[in-house]
Design a protein around this ligand. Structure first.
Ligand SMILES: [Zn+2]
Length: 227
């Protein structure tokens, strides 16, 4: 897997750069001084608007429950943009920590963690999958195995400018379950993503797992965005 090696090397290089150029005692958002081990300051934390309740994504009479840490605005949006487009892994760590708190506060139980995959071209361009990065931190912290069981097989058209039903149609058949010797039969699986918009992406990933015998699926994202 040549692409995998390139992806990993890029990831390692980004990590090295972050160690060299880290400004440890500064908030990654507002650059004010921090006196604990956190990546964002108390003032920025106060500006984070947390979502408390779960919500359902429903399509073709299949209902999947989902949670998001916050709305896609303010602090959370800044963190996601930094993780996604600036390779800022400290921002990713902060998002993942919020996700872990949400899991613990809601007492969400699951057997495996997985994530929304990227297609090979997009992955090569970015060098890492931000959702996989978040999922890995959660997996390490909660000691629940991460499984790599979904593949994005088709390039999706940009969702911008598409209406609700076009977005759902755009996502259909983009994802494929890949057996990886892990038996998902009746297993409860958490799917991690950075942002949820219509829910179509997460739904079709969940659907692939359900079709292949999984138990309950729960979706967890850093943010939710209204269409
Ligand atoms: Zn700050």
């Amino acid at each position: 897997m040549g692409n995998g090696i390139v992806e990993n090397l890029k990831f390692v290089w980004e990590c090295i750069l972050q160690v060299i150029y880290s400004d440890d005692e500064k908030c990654i958002l507002c650059k004010s001084e921090i006196f604990d081990k956190e990546c964002i300051c108390l003032e920025c934390k106060k500006r984070m608007k947390l979502c408390k309740d779960s919500f359902d994504i429903e399509f073709n009479k299949i209902k999947i429950s989902a949670y998001s840490v916050s709305y896609y605005s303010g602090i959370m949006m800044e963190l996601i943009l930094k993780l996604k487009y600036k390779s800022n892994f400290k921002a990713g760590e902060t998002i993942a920590n919020y996700m872990i708190s949400l899991i613990e506060e809601n007492n969400i139980k699951f057997d495996f963690i997985t994530y929304i995959p990227m297609n090979k071209v997009a992955l090569k361009k970015r060098g890492y999958n931000q959702s996989k990065y978040l999922a890995q931190i959660i997996s390490d912290a909660l000691k629940i195995p991460i499984i790599h069981c979904l593949e994005k097989t088709q390039e999706t058209k940009d969702q911008i400018g598409l209406n609700y039903s076009e977005r759902w149609k755009n996502m259909c058949q983009c994802f494929k379950f890949v057996s990886n010797r892990v038996n998902i039969k009746n297993k409860k699986i958490l799917i991690v993503d950075d942002v949820i918009t219509t829910g179509a992406t997460a739904f079709y990933c969940a659907y692939e797992l359900i079709k292949n015998g999984s138990g309950k699926i729960i979706i967890l994202t850093g943010a939710k965005s209204k269409v």
